[in-house]
Write a protein that binds this ligand. Structure first.
Ligand code: NAD
Ligand code: TYD
Length: 355
């Protein structure tokens, strides 16, 4: 069995569902169910004995050792984090608490558990830390994509806290020999993506007849990867990654934000046209930029392809179409997520942004 953290969130839930669809190895899912954790993501596993859900904090130094000793996982995959850059700008401390202190506590709990394992279990054990390309900072318009050799230059409280957690993971390998692996992935999109992030926010706002808020000039570039491809990369690294190594994961798909918004609008125009016959593009509104907004991220995913034979299977075209279809077919999920506390966040983040 394996233990994952943050399995009720966007990427963790996709990982868990894919894992159990592909094999019979059970999964303990430790998730605090913050605003971003949603058990509705896992409703299809309700009666599945292979999924053991535990509500709790990765930083809980009593609970985590108990779980490890009870379930004896052969691997831990750490998805749990505060993950939204804009929230980190409004309140960095939660990010330090979960992403830095929480990861440190988790590493301590795992180190104690791993240290007490028998020789075989000890050598086959893995701790895989799921991280982001944002730790590398921002690229110029024409600079080469991030490789694993790039310097860490995080610019937001979110990326700084993830960078700190990556360093701790690295240090636990070098200092204590903990068998760790780290993945640094580009922007994901797909089912279960919380509508505070660009793509789901645009889909949900468009349908609700609301403005589509594009920060600054909309020319910031991200490298987008369909979430299920990220999950397959994590499985591959867990299976065959070299201990202590870092693997960049990306979709070879750099696009300016405005093009993403235009593509989402075009798909919605095709699949669910506005009643007045006009395009959803009419709802695009340029708003005040994010402070310290990183201009460009791009991932060089050559290492994971060369060493582990991993490549994404979706193109942006196939992935974004699936994503829009998923949101149109899961209006109940969207309504459930659009709860009171989420509406408070929208007020806080967008009310002060001028058009
Ligand atoms: P998410 O915000 O959708 O989900 C995070 C999950 O972690 C939620 O279920 C939440 O309840 C849980 N959680 C938060 N704090 C916790 C704590 N202290 N203890 C236990 N559980 C806690 O995030 P996501 O987009 O699914 O991202 C998952 C991981 O992947 C993060 O580490 C993120 O940094 C990384 N990542 C995300 C992206 C992306 O585009 N979303 C890209 C690269 C890397
Ligand atoms: P986001 O989905 O928050 O991911 P990240 O900041 O981790 O890359 O944002 C993706 C890009 O979209 C980023 O450049 C900011 C921009 N953006 C907007 O233009 N408008 C929005 O309302 C949001 C949420 C993001």
């Amino acid at each position: 069995m394996i233990l994952i953290t943050g399995g009720a969130g966007f990427i963790g839930s996709n990982f868990l569902l894919d894992w159990l669809a592909l094999c019979d190895e059970s999964v303990v899912n430790l998730d605090l169910l913050t605003y971003a954790g949603n058990l509705a993501n896992l409703s299809s596993l309700e009666n599945d004995p292979r999924h053991i859900f535990v509500r709790g904090d990765i930083g809980d130094i009593k609970l985590v050792p108990e779980l490890l000793n009870k379930y004896k996982p052969r691997a831990v995959v750490n998805f749990a984090a505060e993950s939204h850059v804009d929230r980190s700008i409004h309140g960095p401390e939660d990010f330090v608490q979960t992403n830095v202190v929480g990861t440190c506590h988790l590493l301590e709990s795992v180190r104690a558990y791993w240290g007490a394992l028998g020789e075989d279990a000890k050598s086959s054990f893995r701790f895989l830390h799921v991280s982001t390309d944002e730790v590398y900072g921002s690229l110029g318009q024409d600079g080469p994509a991030f490789t694993e050799e790039n310097r860490y230059q995080p610019n937001s409280p979110y990326s700084a806290s993830k960078a700190a957690s990556d360093h701790l993971v690295r240090a636990y390998h070098h200092t204590y020999g903990l068998p760790v692996l780290t993945t640094n992935c580009s922007n994901n999109y797909g089912p279960h993506h919380f509508p505070e992030k660009l793509i789901p926010l645009m889909i949900v706002n468009a349908q609700a007849g609301k403005p589509l808020p594009v920060y600054g000039d909309g020319q910031q570039i991200r490298d987008w990867l369909y979430v299920k491809d990220h999950c397959s990369a994590i499985r591959r690294v867990l299976e065959a990654g070299k201990l202590g190594e870092v693997y960049n994961v990306g979709g070879w798909n750099e696009k300016p934000n405005i093009e993403i918004v235009q593509r989402v609008c075009a798909l919605l125009d095709e699949m669910n046209p506005r009643a007045d016959g006009k395009s959803y593009l009419e709802q695009v509104t340029y708003v005040t930029d994010r402070p310290g907004h990183d201009r460009r991220y791009a991932i060089d995913a050559v290492k994971i392809e060369r060493e582990l034979g991993w490549k994404p299977t979706e193109t942006f075209e196939t992935g974004i179409r699936k994503t829009v279809v998923w949101y149109l077919e899961h209006q109940d999920w969207v309504n459930n997520v659009l709860s009171g506390s989420y509406r408070d966040w929208l007020e806080k983040n967008y009310v002060e942004r001028v058009e």
